[in-house]
Write a protein that binds this ligand. Sequence first.
Ligand code: UDX
Ligand code: UDX
Ligand code: ADP
Length: 481
Amino acid sequence: MVKICCIGAGYVGGPTMAIIALKCPSVEVAVVDISEARIQAWNSNQLPIYEPGLEEVVKQCRGRNLFFSSAVEKHVSEADIIFVSVNTPTKTRGLGAGKAADLTYWESAARMIADVSKSDKIVVEKSTVPVKTAEAIEKILTHNSKGISFQILSNPEFLAEGTAIQDLLSPDRVLIGGRETPGGSKAIKALKDVYAQWVPEDRIITTNLWSAELSKLAANAFLAQRISSVNAMSALCEATGADVSQVSHAVGKDTRIGPKFLNSSVGFGGSCFQKDILNLVYICECNGLIEVANYWKQVIKVNDYQKSRFVNRVVASMFNTVSGKKIAILGFAFKKDTGDTRETPAIDVCKGLLGDKARLSIYDPQVTKDQIERDLSMSKFGWDHPVHLQLTSPATSEQIWDVAVDAYEAAKNAHGLCILTEWDEFRKLDYQKIFNNMRKPAFMFDGRNIVDVAKLREIGFIVYSIGKPLDPWLKDMPAVA
Ligand code: UDX
Ligand code: UDX
Ligand code: ADP
């Protein structure tokens, strides 16, 4: 029986191993983590991450051929194939701070693997890491190997949160990169055999190590670039009276371009896009490719511009001041169907509004108050070292943001609503009821283009929807930089 161990029971490791266990009954899969609390949660009825369909798969396999454990060393030493899926945040200090990936967790995992291994291992890089990380890891492993052979593979993950199970069950492709040596080919085949249990052969691509690593960064950079492109268009649409949805539709019909990832929004978020582009930029700069680095940097600049443009629009529309005004924030997660808030545009938008002294009432169906508190109290790259900022208004000590139980409570007595996540339930709200309980004029700022603008205007809302022709009211307000 092949034994697989995955180090890191997070958003990537958890769902990926659950599907391998589901599809390969003859493989024993152990998912290990240094966080006892995370492992306990995986073994409970309340999984640590929200992902549609995941619970059913875990329940079916847990205890059969899927195990969650904090006995990291034991499972690593027993495994034939070790996936490493630990977090690789952007460095917060030192060389490359704000750009380069922090490989501390990765390096410590690699040293531990070298320490405890007593038989040959295939080590699979699953977290997104900078190109040539595999080479560095290979060095750590071989220099500490005590005569054991390690083969390192890069097998980047392409699942998107919210659709992880579907993405894993029928992936567009599985990518496996390895050394072009007999040992490397043998390792590639061993991993390919695992995926071949459910993925058609023509969708399993094999490449050299660096192509696999770079393809992951490139794919995320291309996706993010499409969003920044359409978001840049949204600003122009607002200025000219074009409708960004109509433009996206027309552009996406060109089969050379395609319709996906062309939804204009308040900005992209998530743990990957920004981090991977920053990584790409850093690698380009390290190789002296300044023009290439600047090209990709612009994707992040436009994303930041889109978030601040949204905040400016809110403030400008409401007579240039939101001081003391209640604003309802609908949605805090970086996209629907996840409770993940990493790099969510909601953080920057909320901080922007709080900076203008607004009072926020935040509602998200999956994000806890504790999480929001952590996010709003951290500096931009501060998730490893939280710095507590002032969360209460200095003059009155009154709390300036709170969490509501639903959208109706958040909107009660509010001057404006901001939709920041495209949760399906926000499409179905009783907006007449919401309007009746709001201060007038009542503003709607739709950062995801999910409401029916005409209907809301009929009710009486002043509506701003990204990239749509502006309400006459908004046209009269000062221009947004
Ligand atoms: C992404 C990649 O899609 C996935 O392949 C990779 O493995 C990890 O990174 P994820 O970040 O989970 O996945 O979600 P994704 O669906 O890509 O959305 C990222 C962000 O872009 C979200 O904030 C989303 O709201 C935003 N987005 C997406 C848009 O603003 N417009 C779009 O058209 C699509
Ligand atoms: C383009 C648009 O494709 C067409 O829809 C529009 O109506 C007019 O402009 P055209 O300029 O005739 O058409 O040719 P196109 O095939 O788009 O190629 C433009 C340039 O891009 C060429 O120099 C081509 O060699 C280059 N190209 C194209 C690449 O370098 N790489 C590619 O993958 C595709
Ligand atoms: P991702 O989105 O890449 O899956 P997460 O942050 O959700 O990232 O998950 C990474 C997990 O890896 C965390 O649960 C963390 O505790 C775990 N981890 C980090 N370093 C180690 C290590 N050396 N050994 C075991 N687990 C680790």
